[in-house]
Ligand binder design. Sequence first.
Ligand code: COA
Length: 331
Amino acid sequence: MTELARVKISALGTYVPPRLLTNADLEKMVETTNQWILERTGIYERHMVDKGVATSDLALEAAKKALCERKIEASDLDTIIVATVTPDMLFPCSACLVQHKLGAKQVWGFDMNAACSSFLYALQVGANLVATGAHHKVMVIGADVMSSIIDYTDRATCVIFGDGAGAVILEPAEDSLGLIDFLYEIEGAGGVSLYMPGGGSLNPSSHETVDKKMHYVHQDGQAVFKFAVKKMAEVCETLLKRHGLTGQDIDAFIPHQANKRIITATADRLGMPEEKVVINIDRYGNTTSATIPLAMDTARQEGKLKKGDLVLSAAVGAGFTVGAALFRWAF
Ligand SMILES: CC(C)(COP(=O)(O)OP(=O)(O)OC[C@H]1O[C@@H](n2cnc3c(N)ncnc32)[C@H](O)[C@@H]1OP(=O)(O)O)[C@@H](O)C(=O)NCCC(=O)NCCS
């Protein structure tokens, strides 16, 4: 078991682009209804970038807010890890773009992609960098412009996703507050259920890949749903059990926001009362790498997250990737 109790989240900043895409807007674009989307996903609206705004722009705004909250300069950071499935381009990595835009010349960094589990995986990697003592201030950013890879004529996927970003700063903890434990696993056989086939080395972008819509998200919704419902609860239970805890001991459950039904099914199985479960999918949709920091912010705003609170976070993503984190909120 990895004990990472001496690393804490010391600041949080989030950003979503101002433009809204509501269910009413989608009713005009594809054959769907507000009622279907709300009942099947829990989503009412999501935010979307304007043309020319990319993932690094959203990441930058979230990063600036986290730095402002912590009252430090970008140059005080050691490392920037950007979790994303929609980098501005394949390379340079988004961490380089964000570092440059922040003017943080000496700061190291890199990207991570584990689809919807990206933020939790980056949190784990960032925490390990701090836990070794080699890094003192690591910024983990989850940012995605999902609207750049969604087919807005495909009603099964276009209603789900949104754009957004969230950043946290990781530092050594002086007290017992902070990160306690992580659990993670991947299930590669699930790759066929959720993927974007075009634009990589297997299917480099061409007229043919674009004609075949290979540059968009392809999803077997039911397969993903079934796996997510089973796995979210399973990893949470295993992680809690490892520490002699149950869902009742958790002060705030901050899950990845993929579908409201997945979240409530998980919370029910863990025996968590509704008021401890953080849900903001109605406002943001699934922002992939940004859902968990955005949900942390919602939890703060709704008074569900106070210093010392025991928090459980979990995600399932394309791959399949699975992750869970247990921590005490430290500020
Ligand atoms: C995508 C998802 C919302 C679909 O909901 P569902 O209840 O499973 O719906 P199904 O896929 O079984 O489709 C049921 C019907 O609704 C239709 N439908 C799909 N999208 C629709 C929409 N936006 N509006 C209206 N009808 C829609 C389907 O075509 C299907 O019609 P049919 O029965 O005539 O074939 C759901 O499967 C889901 O959330 N899956 C997980 C996705 C996810 O989390 N992805 C990110 C992973 S991190």
